[in-house]
Design a protein around this ligand. Structure first.
Ligand code: SF4
Ligand code: SF3
Length: 517
């Protein structure tokens, strides 16, 4: 096997024996075969109009190869068979040879891999929009185009062009997802989320899929079961159409990499709707459920039947386990017991006047977007320290699961606004981009000229697609950590540094000094 798609890849180079994530070599090989079959499907689709079945399969197939999504070889095989069948319906075409997927001239391997990983990330976002009934021909056709490109020869310049094109396509994809979420559940409003779990039966729901949460809330209504979000599901509390359910109580646990410890012996079932699933330990594997693209051998799967899911097995498990006999207090990683979220674009832009005033009056000197994925690496403490050490006249915008490093901290307010502003999931990156663009317009300058610095943490492929979007928008001087991607080889990195002045993070003190002067 060979896989170097995520930040925790073995030795910072590539997993070759087994995944650090727990992915077994046979599954890694099957995922490569699925990827190559998807290239075949994309080839067969060229110049033809594809149907819903092929389009959805394309998104699901790519989603299943993301880090911490599907560890079940039989499910990957099933997907591959479905892909082959769709390909034949379109007249057939040759698959890509899996032996060539990660091999060749190093610069080309680096560029091609970046494109593939970006396509994977974008497909996940496209799927989230799709389950809410929103698709876009432009976005879907780019997924096919990107996959075809992976099987073609291109010059370095052409590859770089493709990467930026993908960034633009992903921006449209994320706008579509933003529209899908807000149309279905309303514009998020600020809300304080408790970390205490009330006594009695409960269900924990993890991942990014709001549609799954909605169905679970409906199906548990009036059953005496409380629902707690986990990981990237936290921002769901801000949506009016989700927060209206009184049994959506709070948030359990912190970011994904702590799940094996936090779920150990929990008296409740846990549903994983998307990444990030870690191999469940024997102490709780019987109460883990997967749905959608997620899978793990021996774990119960909730399938979608005509888009609907029946969570009865999860509900029965919650009633059987019964929860804790008393309310149980938990805290975030810094000891705080309240997490604030819900500051998506509508809310932030609603107080834009206040923000602009605060900047003009000198009350806000600088904005940081400290966002991205969390992970297990010790160096990720950088992000906690960065937020703690950021001067009191600065504001921290954040999104995605990396915020669990600091979202329970109380670092005060400026002009009635909290200094930590949680804009949502990684899925909500469009929201943050819109706010940056609006601020730039208000100050009559470019986004690069704003007193705003992006301090990003990456882990998996959704972050890759967002990074490409930011680059395609011409954003410069971003800080990236905790380590640079293994698939960005030195020559490609040089281009990124030259064109975009991307910087690896150093220490919070040094970086803050360099940014604030
Ligand atoms: Fe290794 Fe990451 Fe690939 Fe898992 S997803 S096999 S940890 S590079
Ligand atoms: Fe996190 Fe997996 Fe990326 Fe959506 S849940 S940000 S790592």
């Amino acid at each position: 096997m060979f896989c170097f798609q995520c930040e925790q890849t073995a030795g910072g180079k590539g997993c070759t024996k087994a995944g650090v994530c727990g992915k077994q070599p046979d599954v890694a090989i099957k995922q490569d075969e699925l990827t190559c079959a998807l290239v075949g499907l994309a080839r067969a689709a060229q110049g033809k109009s594809t149907g819903k079945a092929a389009d959805e399969l394309l998104m699901q197939g790519l989603f299943a190869t993301l880090t911490n999504v599907n560890f079940d070889g039989s499910r990957i095989d099933e997907l591959k068979k479905l892909v082959q069948a769709e390909k034949e319906k379109l007249g057939g075409a040759a698959d890509l040879d899996p032996a060539t997927l990660w091999k060749g001239d190093p610069d080309i391997v680096s560029l091609r891999s970046t494109l593939l990983l970006g396509v994977r990330g974008m497909a996940a976002y496209a799927w989230h929009a799709c389950v809410l009934g929103k698709t876009s021909d432009e976005v879907t056709s780019w997924l096919y185009k990107g996959l075809r490109a992976i099987g073609e020869e291109h010059t370095v310049e052409e590859w770089l062009g493709l990467l930026l094109d993908l960034g633009q396509a992903n921006l449209k994809c994320m706008a579509l997802l933003d529209e899908a979420n807000t149309a279905a559940y309303g514009h998020p409003v600020p809300v304080k989320v408790t970390t205490t779990v009330e006594k009695g039966p409960f269900i924990v729901i993890s991942g990014h899929d709001l549609h799954d949460l909605k169905q679970l809330l409906e199906q548990t209504e009036g059953k005496g079961i409380n629902i707690y979000t986990h990981g990237e599901m936290l921002p769901a509390h801000g949506y009016p159409e989700l927060k209206k359910y009184p049994h959506l109580k709070g948030n359990f646990g912190t970011a994904w990499q702590n799940q094996q410890k936090e779920l150990d012996g929990i008296p409740a079932p846990v549903v994983f709707t998307t990444n990030c699933l870690m191999p469940p330990r024997p102490s709780y594997i019987d109460r883990v459920f997967t749905t959608d693209a997620v899978g793990f051998p021996g774990v119960q799967h909730i399938p979608a039947v005509n888009g609907k899911k029946d969570f009865t097995p999860v509900i029965n498990k919650a009633l059987e386990l019964g929860g804790w006999p008393e309310d149980k207090k938990f805290t975030g990683v810094n000891g705080g017991s309240e997490l604030m979220t819900g500051f998506a674009r509508n809310t932030v832009l609603g107080v834009a006047d206040k923000i602009i005033e605060a900047v003009k009056a000198g009350a806000i000197k600088h904005f940081f977007l400290v966002g991205g994925c969390d992970g297990a690496r010790a160096g990720r403490n950088y992000y906690t320290e960065f937020v703690k050490k950021a001067p009191p006249d600065t504001v921290i915008l954040t999104l995605a699961c990396g915020k669990y490093r600091f979202n329970d901290l109380n670092i005060g307010e400026i002009g009635g606004l909290p200094r930590i502003i949680d804009m949502g999931q990684c899925n909500d990156a469009y929201s943050a981009i819109q706010v940056a663009v609006a601020l730039a317009n208000a100050f009559n300058c470019g986004v690069n000229d704003l007193p705003l610095t992006l301090v990003l943490s990456w882990y998996e492929q959704k972050a890759v697609s967002i990074l490409l979007t930011l680059l395609s928008l011409g954003l410069k001087n971003m800080y990236l950590g905790p380590t640079l991607p293994a698939f960005i080889y030195p020559n490609v990195l040089n281009v990124l540094v030259e064109k975009f002045n991307i910087k690896p993070i150093s220490t919070p003190e040094e970086d803050l000094k360099a940014i604030l002067g």
